[in-house]
Write a protein of this length. Sequence first.
Length: 431
Amino acid sequence: MDGEKLQQLQDAIIAGNIPQLVMSALSHAIESRSSDVHIEPEKNLVRVRFRIDGVLRRIVEYPLNIHPAVVSRIKIMSNLKIDEQRIPQDGRSQVTTADGREMDLRISTLPTVNGEKVVMRLQDQSRKIPDLPELGIEGNSLKFIEESLAMPNGIILTTGPTGSGKTTTLYSCLNRLNRPEVNILTIEDPVEIQLDGLNQSQVHPDIDYTFAFGLRTALRQDPNIIMVGEIRDRETVDVAIEASLTGHLVLSTIHTNSAVETLTRIDNMGVPPFLMTSTINTIIAQRLVRRVCQNCKEEIPVDPSTMELVKEALATLPPNTDIDPALVQGLKFYHGKGCDQCDHIGYKGRVGLYEVLHLNNEIRKLILQRATAMEVEAAGKKYAGMVTLEQNGVIKALQGITTLEEVYRVARHGEEVRSKTQDTDSREEKK
């Protein structure tokens, strides 16, 4: 099927059929589970790349002389100015492909020395939001999130870099909460997936409709649950805390490296520890890793230094972690050798790694004492059953879901985190 779509795209390029070229590129992108389409003018040609499972892949090239027509076609689809080529533009478009799939496109253009570069972010409207276990959340982590979602008020935060699946996790949580007897409001930038039963609003910072302003307004809309796209500043975090204290459940995202570092970030925003302990229920840190292709996966040897890291990670697992002892004894790891099903890459699809810090009384005590991130992480493992990103990754690698290479590409080794925290602490003392 993929080959057929690629052939249609190549035929459209040869024929110079611009509308067909754009639609074939989008159809091929959807078919190959791509999240973004990059159209990049170079010195002598224009290359088209798809981001598949988080990695860019070169798909096809076309001659420079038809590039202005391609850009104009995309601009017309998304109501952008065709005659403005000097400044970047952003737009949206909805497209129905030949096989009846509805796509929501976010389009961004950028002037470069060779012409305008276009990136199209694809959102498949017909795609079902996966439930939490389908995302890769299991064991203690799932239990903690479910407990937090059952609470009448408090704050649930997800954290991680751009493109780590934070929004999908929040939507998955909202899907569980979405019942006729509750009023759910979301303030987003932009609204990525439209869900029935939710009241979704998009911020417009250029007219002063910000997250903080939207959140304040939401409180006057008689909500039970509020989802805020991102906590970026002190004002937004203050209103989120106020919402939580007045009996609302608040879900949001924040940019930090780990669950524990989120507490440090909120502390740095100037929020007093007593407010953090009385409002924050759970912090979820996450990353996305590629899944090993199940069709061509095979066992591989692991070099001694990596095996040391693995053993260290497994040694500090919380005692009640749900993992098969035979896996820990065997220590077998896998990779995909490449086959037709995965385009000879060895990976197909993605899965999340999750680190969930559930605030219990032990953790709250440490926050009130302004303990270091290192102490909170140790207590999280010891008293709160927290499995770190690295540990969750190693477990998934043992289960043959992903590779160690993928795990250590996105998750830092615990020792490194500890030494960094100590360096920071000693710098703070010197100040």
